[in-house]
Ligand binder design. Sequence first.
Ligand code: FES
Ligand code: FES
Length: 190
Amino acid sequence: MSEHKEPSRRDATAPAGNAARPVTLRINGQSHTLQLEPRTTLLDALREVMHLTGTKKGCDRGQCGACTVLSNGRRIQSCLTLAVMQEGRDLTTIEGLSDGDALHPVQAAFVAHDALQCGFCTPGQICSAVGMLAEARAGEASAVQPLAAPTLPLGDEEIRERMSGNLCRCGAYPKIVAALREVGGRQGKR
Ligand code: FES
Ligand code: FES
């Protein structure tokens, strides 16, 4: 009597294990279908596959904020998310913030206040600040005022706390805070 074998549950046409597979990402307003291993981080997909090298790899472990991008308008660390997890979301990198030649107001404030030295942390600082200001304008509390909506314009203590996930090894913090103080109280702006 022949032994009955259960049919394999895996679709024979599905890529096995870590084999590359198509992943569609919407980046800076355009859809791109990339061939990615499922373990590929969003950071590596942006830098190594899309060649969007404005997003920086500092620590690659969620500690420095250099890799910050926006996902559906919220700031995320792209080294801590898999690219495949971002399918169906709108991603914005530093390359997508300006409107043609017109800088985003946060970019312009960084230039006006000379809020950088080597610039390595700057794309992450700016993307994080754009997300941070949206959070503040939406009334999201912070550790400074955990039980209350923030008072706009944001004070320096609020700015420092809300930007505390973005490190700057050059120590450009005073000018970063000054730049964000300038744009931090504007309502309804980008
Ligand atoms: S590279 Fe992502 S947090 Fe440092
Ligand atoms: S400007 Fe050099 S790390 Fe921030």
